[in-house]
Design a protein around this ligand. Structure first.
Ligand code: SAM
Length: 275
């Protein structure tokens, strides 16, 4: 940094796995600020250590007390203060919205330093339409709310981008197979890290794959827009037809239920219709 930083709030994007992805500008600002507001001081200490600096850290998230937020705002009004999250871009499914809103309301300068965000990295990898996308954060954990959220998004003519966790991926894919049958789906995992992968397929194919190979690590789940693959036949129907070519409806339903985690009775009824 050639010049000392002006007072204000600096929103600093940090790597999502590969420390080499810190931008020179982000590194310069983190070395020059008076303090760094962060989610987890242990995580941020590793980054600061990598940058060879030991800035004061202050824990902050959107559930922080008014007193903590007030303290940060007072600091940012007088000195340069950075906000980082554990990884990626602050405010994107991460804390910061309330702090930025309050800073702007008080006329405190806010500067955002762009850098990695898993949603955008995944979108550039997945081979799904990228001209229109809708970032929808995390799907709800409960089955009913998850299905409702997907149904609400079903008519949106854009690639849908969700953050997901490895233990919940199977439930999310099963819900997509039911609510958005026939869509092309991509799973972008461990982005920028050693075991990065991006796998595309129908929800049922991916459900079968990750059922056999339980995923680890961090995941972005993308769903292509309606009409991309000609949704005349759902992928579950495709699996049922393939199973029916070899077996009776009851066995076909049992096989597809095992593959997809979908309800066997529902699949049996559909198998009878298809036969
Ligand atoms: N603010 C962050 C960003 O800009 O990417 C996202 C924070 S959110 C709490 C964490 C979620 O981001 C993870 O559960 C995962 O869905 C996604 N994520 C973060 N790093 C990732 C990576 N390296 N590969 C895939 N997904 C990642």
């Amino acid at each position: 940094m050639d010049h000392p930083l002006e007072p204000g709030l600096y929103i600093v994007a940090t790597p999502i796995g590969n420390l080499g992805d810190i931008t020179p500008r982000a590194a310069g600002v983190l070395r020059a600020v008076s303090a760094v507001a962060c989610e987890d001081t242990r995580v941020t200490a590793k980054l600061l250590n990598h940058l060879g600096c030991k800035q004061r850290m202050i824990r902050y998230d959107d559930h922080a007390s008014e007193a903590t937020r007030e303290h940060l705002l007072e600091l940012a009004a007088a000195q340069p203060l950075a906000l980082v999250s554990d990884a990626g871009t602050p405010l994107i499914s991460d804390p910061g919205y309330r702090l930025v809103k309050a800073a702007r309301e008080r006329g405190i300068a806010v500067t955002s330093l762009p850098g990695p965000s898993a949603a955008v990295v995944a979108l550039t990898l997945a081979g799904l339409p990228s001209d229109r996308f809708l970032f929808a954060g995390f799907l709800p954990a409960k089955a009913k709310a998850r299905a409702e959220a997907l149904a609400e998004l079903a008519p949106v003519r854009a690639t849908l981008v969700f953050y997901e966790t490895a233990p919940r991926l199977g439930d999310a894919l099963a819900a997509i197979a039911e609510v958005l049958p026939g869509r092309e789906v991509a799973i972008a995992r461990e982005l920028t890290k050693r075991f990065e992968e991006c796998r595309s397929g129908t929800p049922a194919e991916l459900l079968a794959h990750y059922g056999a190979h339980p995923p680890k690590g961090e995941i972005v789940l993308l769903v292509g827009p309606p009409g991309e693959r000609g949704e005349a036949e759902s992928d579950v129907d495709g699996l049922l037809r393939a199973a029916l070519s070899k077996n009776k409806p009851s066995q076909a339903a049992a096989d597809v239920a095992r593959l997809t985690g979908l309800d066997r009775k529902v699949l049996y009824a559909r198998a009878l219709e298809l036969k």
